[in-house]
Design a protein around this ligand. Sequence first.
Ligand SMILES: Nc1ncnc2c1ncn2[C@@H]1O[C@H](COP(=O)(O)OP(=O)(O)OP(=O)(O)O)[C@@H](O)[C@H]1O
Ligand SMILES: [Mg+2]
Length: 524
Amino acid sequence: MILNSAGDPERVQAEAELWRDRELFRYLVQGVTDYAIYMLDPNGIVSNWNAGAERIKGYTPDEIVGRHFSTFYTEQDRARGEPQRALSIARAEGRYEREAIRVRKDGTRFWANVVIDAIHDEAGKLIGFAKVTRDITERKEAEQALAQANEELMQSQKMEAIGRLTGGVAHDFNNLLMAITGSLELLRKRLPSADEKSLRLVDNAMQGVQRGAALTQRMLAFARRQELRPEPVNVGALVEGMKDLLMRSLGPTMEVTTAFPDKLSPILIDANQLELAILNLAVNAKDAMPDGGTLTISAREASGGGTAGLREGRYVCLSIADTGEGMDVATLSHATEPFFTTKGIGKGTGLGLAMVRGLSEQSGGGTTIESTVGKGTTVLLWIPVSDASVSVAPVEVAAAPEEPGNARKLRVLVVDDDVLVAMNTTAMLEDMGHSAIEVHSGRQALEAMAATPGIDLVITDQAMPQMTGIELISGLAERWPQVPVILATGYAELPDGADRNVPRLGKPFMQRDLERVLRQVLAH
Ligand SMILES: Nc1ncnc2c1ncn2[C@@H]1O[C@H](COP(=O)(O)OP(=O)(O)OP(=O)(O)O)[C@@H](O)[C@H]1O
Ligand SMILES: [Mg+2]
């Protein structure tokens, strides 16, 4: 704007001051480098540009003045008409403010706090917009990291809680099953063999119990409270050994391929549970490939640390991959949660992946899943490498030879806080020709030992209030070191450092399991 002020010294003075103010103001705006400050004409064309704008967005004034400000928006925002919407809001309400993603000259994106103010002249006519943009990427990233950490914490607390609940339910449930199995078994023995109909009913009930026991096993596995017997395992050999079983359970439309390197370190894990985990994963793969496909099981050695929250160390990464329908992001994020299933009522319990994850974590490793809808799913099990080498043939505990002739009649003290379970064990023992005394706490057990001479053997539960089975065992060892004790336990409830050599009976047990341990104990 040129002002004709010749001849009026006061006006000259005033104009000079005005000019100086404007220059100062221009310096001020130019000098700001933390904020992009610039103006748009009423149509959204950039009309000036400060140093902050150049620093944040990467354009020099020459490159950007005269271009439309929608250049700073992402493709998607432009397609949605965001720039126009921003201007019309600023036009109608005087101001527009947002936190959103914007694009720099080099194509990189950043989080921006954007303010657009409508500028009017004295007559109230819109002459353009003032735009101030701040780069808030750092703050946004910190916020997102915090939110994610919170989310992860909540998730792990939720899992803890579900784990405790599941473990507790499974423990009680196991005791009930114990009572049912035992009674059914004895009932079956007493039924005349001619009564086939009744025998069938008992067998049906028995099968139901076995399914229940399998279910509690998976629940305990998820809760990381199952009784594990880790040993050095050669995964390649284990999987090869399962191949027939896998092919049979998957059916003819499914191809099973395996690929293991020649030299693969043994891993430390419970072999039976690992087989069960692989079987669970294979069944999932089968369900995901209704029209057939390929299941590929392979392994490689890898170092932990960073991956899947693993500690530093050496792991074998076992991969079970299918070419099935895959999972969407929402399903994937819940897949390993217990009782999460998409398979409908009665079809899936939602414990398969929970069991797999529980097993890998209880074994000191972890589970990761990669999945793409329409492409397939790969489950990776990370299991720590064992330092010991694999024994050539798994050592089976040789069952002591049966000697029906001179089978000793024993006097057994049965300790269980669950009355049903204690009754059941007693019934089994009596059926085998032994006699039993039942008590329901550690204290009662010590009293009974003192009061009753001639007790040959003690069978005790582990989880009991006041005095646990382990505590009872050390109490007994002080005064009656010659009396053997069998510990009946449904899950890995033994404290660290507990004597692992105490003979064990896994709950729920059948009469033949009881017989086997008795023979082992007496053989010593
Ligand atoms: N290989 C896979 N491909 C696609 N989706 C899968 C796969 N494995 C698991 N899922 C999804 O994760 C869910 C949970 O799996 P999980 O094995 O825990 O339970 P389930 O198979 O539904 O029931 P269960 O195994 O107890 O009978 C499944 O319902 C399914 O939606
Ligand atoms: Mg499953």
